[in-house]
Design a protein around this ligand. Structure first.
Ligand SMILES: Cc1cc2nc3c(=O)[nH]c(=O)nc-3n(C[C@H](O)[C@H](O)[C@H](O)COP(=O)(O)O)c2cc1C
Length: 483
């Protein structure tokens, strides 16, 4: 009965609006768009528009005609030190490794990305043949295990990095600092899962457990993180290099910004992953209670980069339960230049939210290595579904923006989105997250919400530093001494 419970719940009990993490109406719209079926809804909204957290977009009397909407806005990623900038779609496939996903899933995602002209992030498990043979644009992710670019004892290996980073399919490099579903956790790949193929792709030893530590060995301060970014950019001959993180201590991100100002080394992009983000497997407490949710994190990162006048060099990618046109638009409003989707893309592949990713028994062949199950995912069918889902979701976002009278995500403002916070109170994103002036973190006085962060952040250390503070200025933040 324990085993059947989730299935009975999903098929017989769950309403259209209460499925978790993705409700039935969200799953349905992804399936409809992937299959290019009718995706309109009859009879009006099923949402209770008086519930807390209900959100809506301001449309305009001056809406654009559909033929004036921009159905494939592109964003160029690459700051001043980048000589091979990448023109990206505003919706791409978020990091998911070969190993977490099946080879057929990776093939279908990559080939779908090729059809739709968007990018596919490898995840930290390295560049596999299934990524490289699909023809789609690749963002190569490098995690703490440095898979595919490591020495056998687990350190970063510039030589093997250089070889792969210069492959023409690799368009950008992403250093993974953390992900929303399990920030600060790391992981172990048990020896039993290290097949000959995995050992070859990841450059690890057969028959041995492989650790991904929760921290990086190639750098240990904001300044050395930037030196590492510079090194990767040079080794890849000027491709865009950025990092992905879920916001923990906000002062750490401020410390990285201070290091950028000091060194004039800038990442080309920052991927902000919300605490609501997905994973193949994570400890419950980490998924439920570690890491800042996307809305707050995205507004914070945009404001910090603007405050240090760095936004001009750096694009922001957002991820965390982004699956529909409205999800794209509201993240653009908060400050994202582009968005990534992981689970939305899995559903386009046929994932039914069976919640079996961590058991090797995924019934749809998406998140399993069992060859009998993997066989059921037919790449030829599913690559088209991935491309359809991408295209139809962008179409929805373009039509929403057209209804609001705008053509490009850059033109959206935080005031465009309203959110109900109680039965009779409504705030716009602008009320909740007021913009701070460009350059305002380069000199005092700082906006109140940044005062403490500016004081405890130090470019030569990730850790917040509470020593030597002027407690008279910051009396409100002082921790009372107990002895
Ligand atoms: C099966 C699976 C595997 C993932 N593997 C990685 C990974 O290797 N590296 C990473 O940074 N994030 C990984 N993620 C997280 C996603 O890239 C993304 O940050 C997160 O799921 C938010 O997107 P979503 O809400 O659209 O799923 C994984 C997610 C899933 C569902």
């Amino acid at each position: 009965m324990e085993d059947l419970r989730p299935k009975i719940q999903q098929y017989f009990i769950e309403s259209d609006t209460d499925g978790r993490p993705f409700s039935r109406i969200h799953r349905n719209v992804i399936y409809q768009r992937a299959k290019k079926e009718e995706d309109t809804t009859p009879f009006g909204t099923q949402l209770n528009v008086y519930d807390n957290d209900y959100e809506w977009l301001n449309h305009s009397i001056n809406a654009l005609p559909f033929n004036a909407a921009n159905y494939d806005p592109r964003v160029v990623i690459g700051g001043p030190a980048c000589s091979q900038p990448y023109s990206a779609s505003v919706l791409n496939i978020s990091a998911m490794s070969y190993g977490a996903l099946s080879k057929n899933a990776i093939l279908a995602l990559n080939q779908g990305a090729k059809i739709g002209n968007f990018a596919h992030n490898t995840g930290e498990g390295g560049l596999s043949d299934y990524h490289l043979n699909g023809g789609g644009d690749i963002i190569w992710q490098i995690g703490t295990g440095y898979f595919g670019c490591r020495t056998l004892d687990g350190n970063f290996d510039p030589e093997s990095f250089q070889k792969k980073a210069n492959l023409p399919q690799v368009k950008m490099i992403e250093i993974k600092l953390s992900q929303g579903a399990k920030p600060g956790h790391g992981g172990i790949l048990p020896a039993a899962k290290v097949t000959e193929e995995i050992a070859r792709i990841r450059l690890v030893e057969l028959g041995q457990d492989v650790a991904s530590p929760p921290y990086h060995r190639a750098f240990d301060t904001p300044l050395t993180l930037l030196t590492f970014i510079k090194q990767l950019r040079e080794l890849s001959n000027g491709k865009p290099v950025g990092f992905k993180l879920c916001i923990g201590h906000r002062s750490e991100f401020i410390a990285i910004c201070k290091a950028m100002v000091q060194t004039k080394i800038y990442p080309d992009f920052v991927t902000v992953d919300g605490g609501e983000g997905g994973t193949g497997a994570a400890p419950l407490e980490f998924s439920n209670h570690v890491g800042m949710p996307l809305r707050d994190a995205l507004a914070f990162v945009y404001d910090a980069l603007t405050g240090f006048d760095l936004k001009q060099y750096i694009k922001i990618i957002a991820s965390g339960k982004i699956a529909t046109g409205f999800d794209l638009v509201k993240n653009f409003a908060l400050g994202a230049d582009l968005c990534n989707s992981a689970r939305g893309m899995m559903m386009a592949l046929g994932c039914i939210q069976a919640l079996e990713c961590n058991t090797n028994r995924c019934p749809t062949g998406v998140a399993t290595q069992d060859p009998n199950l993997v066989r059921g995912l037919v790449v030829e069918d599913k690559k088209t579904r991935v491309a359809n889902y991408h295209k139809q979701t962008l179409k929805s976002a373009a039509e929403l923006m057209a209804a609001a009278g705008i053509k490009h995500p850059d033109d959206i403002h935080r005031v465009y989105i309203h959110r109900r916070i109680s039965p009779d109170r409504i705030l716009t994103y602008l009320d909740s997250y007021p913009y701070i002036p460009k350059g305002s973190l380069l000199k005092k006085p700082y906006a109140k919400q940044f005062e403490l962060l500016m004081t405890i952040s130090d470019p030569s250390s990730f850790s917040p530093n509470f020593n030597n503070l002027n407690w008279e200025e910051l009396e409100w933040a002082r921790k009372p001494m107990t002895n």
